[in-house]
Structure formats: C-alpha cells, structure tokens
Write a protein that binds this ligand. Sequence first.
Ligand code: 6GU
Length: 273
Amino acid sequence: MRLDVVTIFPEYLEPLNVSLVGKARARGQLDVHVHDLREWTYDRHNTVDDTPYGGGPGMVMKTEPWGEALDSALADGYEAGARGPVMVVPTPSGRPFTQELAVELSERPWLIFTPARYEGIDRRVMDEYATRMPVYEVSIGDYVLAGGEAAVLVVTEAVARLLPGVLGNAESHRDDSFAPGEMANLLEGPVYTKPPLWRGRDIPEVLLSGHHGKIARWRRDEAFRRTARNRPDLIERCEAAAFDKKDREILSILGWKPSEDGRFWRRPQAVEE
Ligand code: 6GU
C-alpha cells in the first residue's frame, strides 16, 4: 500500500517510522511519502491560509498550495506505478472513523491524507479531487483537535495492522472489538499473564482450569459486563438473534430485557457495579 501525507508539519508524522507501521515500511509492505505543503507556496511568508469569505473567526487553508501539492503527489505516485488513489481528509465534521471503514481503506492500494490546521481547507479542493477519486472525510471522535495530523496517525495504524502479513496471524483480526460481522459486537474483556500472584492479586480460577469451554464462556460473560458498563449502545444495537441462551442469562443479570423489536434494552439509570 502507498500512503501520501501532505502537511505543514512533516515532523508530526515521525511516529510513522516506529513500531508496527515503521516495521511494515521497513519490510516494504507500506510505502510512505510525507510532503511539506509549504513547498508549494511562492510568497516570502509561505502562506497557506487566508481569511474566510463571509467573515467569521479563524483562517481557511488556501486552494493553490493544496492543488499543486496534491497534483505533484499524484504524479509521483502514478509514475512509481501506484494506482487507485483515495483521498482521506481528516476533519471533525467527517463521518465517524470505524473499524469497518478501516477494513474498507485497508483494501485500497493508495491513500492520500490531507490533514488541515486552522478552520479547514477551502471546499473547492475536496470538490475538485472528488471528480478524480473517492474522497473520504473522516472524524476520529467527538472532540476537536488542533489539526488532522494526529488523526492521520490513528487511521494509518488502524489500517496498517489489517494489511496482509503486517500482524503475525490473520486470525488476530477476527476477535478485534468492533470487527465487522454477524457476531454481537462486544468489547474485549480483561486479560492476564504470569506471575499467578502479584501484590496479593491472583488470576480468575477458571483461566487456570484448562477447560476451554468454560474459559470461552467466562470471557464472553466478562465481555458483556464490560460492554454493558462502557458501551451500552453496542448492546442496544444488536439483534437479539445474536445472543444465545447463556448470553440472555448474563444480560438479564446485568439488568437488560428483551423488547418487541428484537433488541435488548436497560433502564437508563441502571448502573452495574
Ligand atoms: Cl480528523 N481532525 C480534527 N482537527 N479534529 C478532530 C478530528 C479530526 N476527529 C475528531 N476531532
């Protein structure tokens, strides 16, 4: 997969040299190109922003540097044999970045990221490139960052670990919290390793039992507990058909009831402890 990032802070992308993404680059599984947007400015101050038409606070990133930088990155990529680009525009007004979108992006051969500072990029830039390639405007959550660079790191890490051969074992993705699929989407429960006793704290006995059926059931129960506490919306979203008899038992213990529409619900004020 080829990645291009156009930014006014190339050094912000240094973490792409580290850890899983860094190793994927070293192995040739990821071909990363970071470009400095200011190389595509021609005035003394390397201006990339200007005041918004219509007034209002803040500054808007100008069309011309983005147009030239993106044309150049695209030309470089095509020349190097890359095909099928998609543009990924990090913005708090984008669609939510989910595991499903990470899977979708991991299936594309070429991602071009355009992290912005200030109040965002002149709309005409996205409209222009949308005539040539799919453009995904994505938000990584309901909070506002000072710029899109941190979001590029987030999206890149989520996508890179899905690429064939980047994680040791292809099975590793199947149990990811939020993995798309038929299964109820539960958060993963707690995990433990040696030593068996630490500061007076031991390991749940079932995990030492060697009884795989009981261990799987315990893990699923713990996943329900954690999901009910931290993300009740994930349980509300599930078709009741996703739950087996034991699931229904644990849900009932946690205060959930089946309703007409085939989903489960819980009195909003019920807090499990
Ligand atoms: Cl992608 N960018 C910025 N600036 N803020 C965000 C975001 C992105 N996602 C959530 N907040």
